[in-house]
Design a protein around this ligand. Structure first.
Ligand SMILES: Nc1nc2c(c(=O)[nH]1)N[C@H]1C(S)=C(S)[C@@H](COP(=O)(O)O)O[C@H]1N2
Ligand SMILES: [Mo]
Length: 444
């Protein structure tokens, strides 16, 4: 029952879907016969809707989503450029692929994810307060101005990634929002250190966990008392040392849908803890057993968070909160995409971003033969260990035909992206090497 939402896709036009499928599979089948690669791989990149005003057909599986993004239509929400709609109640919007060519995601393009249908549409700063309460010597009720004036500002460039990012590639498929790769973005977050605020309040010995709550409300999964989105950490978790109560995103006020007026930032950790509109910070004298901690967002207690459907069915899997994990190393290729029309002999540049929650990215490699041979890509500016880092690789496909491009990142701790995807029941921690088919035609 974790992170479960209906995908909210439109009813499909069956004939159009059949047509698209036929075209995609036909092309992929032909292309891959020559290279000896599986048809499954071909489908993974055979069709990309990079610019369209209408919904792609709803993808029903049972195989993995064949597209880079999820398949909802483009929609316009306040303060946002067109984003891909997963669901609109609660609001879930995905960032389109082309934004992943640059290190910083514009605020207008940052993905959106809520769990409850009642997201705030406005906040009156004259009335709004950030409360710090529970096991503290002096409870605080801070105004927005207090945060600006009484605390030293800090900033960090850090990747915001939904735990379920890329869930639609899981096989067998798992429940929950069927995100493509775009439930992720990077921003410069500015705010006050959580530690500084806690110091003012004076945490008492009785504090066991620290809980964060925002302003959104509404019915969550039935029967669990899940009407408010609440996330908690143990008091001795190192994630608290890096945490920021952010009031600015990319040097601008936080967009409403991304958490105005303040949101939590936990660099290197999955976004589920980055509570939006944070208005209550509670020092608890007990372990938080609310739905969003005890039931949702749990991963198998295995070295890489992977397990099998059989092990789950047999009840053999010990599940722990995803907060124990740092985000695994990943890289994305923004371009070329499936719409690129390449010509033999013409120089091209592949670009994208890479990051890791377990240490800065130290190397990005690029392949034009599906990962048999790799060469180092050029890294862009270093914006700090938690940020996206741009990469690019120049290449010239010399002959017409099909090329399978791939990108692979390595971080300072020596973690490297795996060739194969993993599986767990929540659809979390995906970081398999991304591939992109490129069709190259003759110049004359
Ligand atoms: N108040 C509140 N904060 C929240 C959530 C939520 O539902 N309500 N969802 C979390 C999850 S699971 C994700 S992926 C991120 C999404 O942040 P975004 O909407 O700014 O992209 O917010 C996190 N913080
Ligand atoms: Mo999420």
């Amino acid at each position: 029952m974790r992170d479960k939402d209906s995908t909210g896709n439109n009813p499909t036009d069956a004939s159009r879907r059949a047509l698209l499928r036929g075209a995609g599979m036909g092309a992929a089948g032909l292309a891959f016969a020559g290279l000896g690669l599986g048809a499954g791989m071909g489908r993974a990149s055979a069709a990309v809707a990079s610019q369209t005003g209408t919904a792609m057909p709803a993808y029903v599986g049972p195989e993995a989503n064949p597209y880079w993004n999820s398949i909802g239509p483009y929609v316009n929400f306040p303060q946002k450029l067109p984003l891909l709609r997963l669901t609109d109640r609660p609001v879930q919007l995905e960032t389109p692929r082309h934004y992943f060519a640059s290190a910083f995601t514009p605020n207008e393009a940052m993905f959106v994810r809520y769990h409850l249908p009642g997201e705030p549409n406005s906040v009156d700063l004259a009335k709004w307060r950030l409360k710090v309460e529970g096991q503290v010597e002096s409870p605080l009720s801070l105004t927005f101005a207090d945060l600006l004036n009484d605390y030293e500002p800090h900033d960090v460039a850090a990747v915001l990634q939904c735990s379920g990012n890329s869930r639609s590639y899981f096989t067998p498929r798992v429940g929950g929002g069927q995100w493509g790769n775009g439930a992720i973005g990077n921003a410069k977050w500015t705010g006050v250190r959580l530690r500084d605020v806690l110091e003012k309040a004076g945490v008492t010995k009785g504090a066991v966990q620290i809980q964060f709550q925002g302003l959104d409300f509404g019915k969550g999964p039935a029967g669990y008392g899940s009407h408010a989105f609440l996330k908690s950490w143990d008091m001795d978790d190192p994630a608290l040392d890096e945490a920021i109560i952010a009031y600015a995103m990319n040097d601008a006020p936080m967009p409403m849908l991304n958490g105005f007026p303040t949101r939590m930032v936990f660099p290197g950790k999955f976004a589920t803890y980055w509570v939006k509109h944070v208005s209550w910070i509670r020092l608890l004298d007990h372990e938080d057993t609310n739905f969003w901690m005890a039931k949702a967002y749990k991963i198998p207690d295995t070295p890489d968070g992977a397990t099998t459907p059989e092990a789950v069915k047999n009840g053999d899997v010990n599940m722990v909160p995803i907060g124990v994990a740092d985000m695994p190393v990943r890289s994305f290729m923004a371009t070329p995409d499936g719409a690129t029309k390449a010509v033999a002999g013409m120089p091209l540049t592949a670009r994208g971003v890479a990051f890791s929650g377990t240490g800065p990215v130290t190397k990005v490699e690029f392949s034009t033969d599906g990962g048999q041979n790799w060469r180092e890509a050029t890294l862009g500016t270093d914006h700090g260990p938690y940020s996206f880092r741009e990469w690019h690789a120049d290449f010239t496909p010399d002959k017409p035909g099909q090329y399978m491009l791939a990108v692979r990142a390595t971080d300072a701790k020596g973690h490297v992206q795996p060739k194969d995807g993993l599986w767990n029941p929540g659809g979390y921690l995906w970081n398999k090497i991304e591939q992109q088919q490129l069709t190259v035609g003759p110049a004359a």
